[in-house]
Design a protein around this ligand. Structure first.
Ligand code: SF4
Length: 439
């Protein structure tokens, strides 16, 4: 599509293991043209999670390698007032917090090296902002910085199809506002949020890319790409193209295009560096949780696909992911009968299911009329209650008791720091292709 609009430059550069690649990307897109040494700079990586150290970070979180290179380049520009902010999924039971995320991703280490400040968007001050009729709280750090650098991961997402720069800004919201996004039209709200928070530079970290993200149920690949530009929408268009995902099927990009009147087209972007069509690595975004169970040889359990229900927020999604990991590890090959797990505020249990577990308050309220649904209460529900409830009510008594006992011992070990767990799928991430040195 030809357009008269001025084209934003987006650089696509191969990562060479040094800061030269990022320097080149920033030069190609004019990324530092408006940067001043006295600017209050905010870096917004995608950290998502901060729990179990064994969790492979590849494609899940922004690499500390890219953050470190960026801090070096900002220092070269004479910048001194640099803050890194994120609001990772907090979960006391699973030991996840933003600061744990900084530790796990290695970003805490590079921040210390370059004298950057770390903040937790989950607890820092907020400003209430109206996104049409929806009131949300946005971290003041994001609203008051002079130069916000958005650092998403090159990631396909099982709900929003992609999770790139525009979606990464959802991490600047207070927890309750994040939940609110899932109770409304999430794509529309992400688009509106990007009209309120001004991103000065977006750098998509594609050293690793993830399909069927956003968490460890997805699969990561080494892609060695950096995508950078001053316009977040243009960067996301190029990022979607780099993953072979049709931009016109990404609802939040469509919404932004419709709100702003800007064309949703690669032709409206001036791509510098690599030819994105030639280097694109097609990634899938759909994830069937039933397939995850089938891979472990588990039959007779179903979870309705999340793509049909955007009303499930990351609070319950992470509990479900943790449950899947644990249950598949503890019960390979087990045969169940007609079990269903429901989550989110819109999913209705299937009529043919024999036993339905309603995971979280949203699923309970969406299935009020279901007489014998098994309620796992909470917002989100505790993982312990989830595992206990499903194991006790789906496995023979003896086996359930054995599984729960060994799980209890493992959990004590994890809490004491003397045991950490790897899941079978993690075995695919082998060095040198998957390099922990990037985190
Ligand atoms: S019940 Fe679950 S899906 Fe609903 S708001 Fe709470 S955490 Fe999110």
């Amino acid at each position: 599509m030809e357009t008269d609009e001025p084209k934003w430059k987006v650089a696509v550069v191969k990562y060479d293991g040094t800061s030269n690649a990022l320097r080149k990307a920033i030069q190609l897109c004019g990324g530092f043209e408006e940067l001043k040494p006295d600017h209050k700079i905010l870096l917004k990586p995608n950290i998502l999670w901060g729990g179990t150290k064994k969790l492979p970070p590849f494609g899940v979180v922004t690499t500390s390698a890219v953050v470190g290179h960026l801090l070096e380049l900002l220092r070269d520009q004479g910048c001194r007032d640099i803050t890194i902010g994120e609001g990772a999924i907090p979960n006391k039971e699973l030991g996840s917090s933003t600061y744990k995320g900084y530790e796990w991703s290695g970003i805490g280490k590079v921040a210390k090296r370059y004298g950057a400040k770390l903040v937790d968007f989950n607890s820092e001050p907020f400003e209430e902002v109206e996104l049409e009729e929806v009131k949300v709280k946005i971290s003041k750090w994001a609203l008051e910085s002079d130069f916000l650098i958005n650092l998403p991961v090159l990631k396909a997402h099982r709900q929003t199809k992609v999770s790139l720069g525009m979606k990464n800004l959802k991490g600047c919201l207070a927890i309750e506002s994040k939940k609110k996004f899932h109770k409304h039209d999430i794509a529309h709200l992400i688009a509106l949020l990007n009209t309120k928070i001004k991103t000065s530079l977006t750098i998509i970290d594609g050293i690793y890319a993830m399909e069927r993200g956003p968490d460890f149920l997805g699969t990561s690949y080494r892609t060695n790409l950096l995508i950078a530009g001053r316009d977040v929408f243009s960067c996301d268009i190029v990022g979607a193209e780099a993953m072979g995902i049709k931009m016109e099927e990404v609802d939040y990009l469509k919404e932004f295009s419709s709100i702003t009147g800007r064309p949703l087209s690669l032709d409206a972007v001036e791509v510098k560096g690599e030819n994105v069509k030639e280097i694109a690595r097609p990634l899938k975004w759909r994830l069937s949780l039933d397939d995850i169970f089938h891979q472990a040889g588990i039959q007779g359990i179903t979870v309705q696909h999340e793509e049909t229900d955007l009303s499930c927020c990351s609070g319950c999604a992470v509990i479900l992911s943790a449950f899947c990991g644990v249950f598949c590890k503890d019960n390979p090959g087990v045969a169940l009968d007609g079990l269903e797990i429901c989550l989110g505020g819109k999913t209705k249990a299937k009529k043919e299911s024999k036993k339905v577990f309603l995971l979280g308050n949203c699923a309970i309220s969406a299935n009020k009329d279901l007489k014998d649904g098994i309620k796992i209460k909470g917002c989100p529900p505790p993982i312990l209650d989830t595992v206990m409830s499903i194991v006790l009510k789906s496995l023979p008594k003896k086996r359930a008791a054995k599984i729960l006992m060994s799980r209890m011992v493992k959990n004590i070990g994890i809490k004491l720091g003397v045991y950490d767990e790897a899941f079978p799928a993690f075995g695919v991430y082998k060095p040198p292709e998957f390099d922990r040195g990037h985190f």
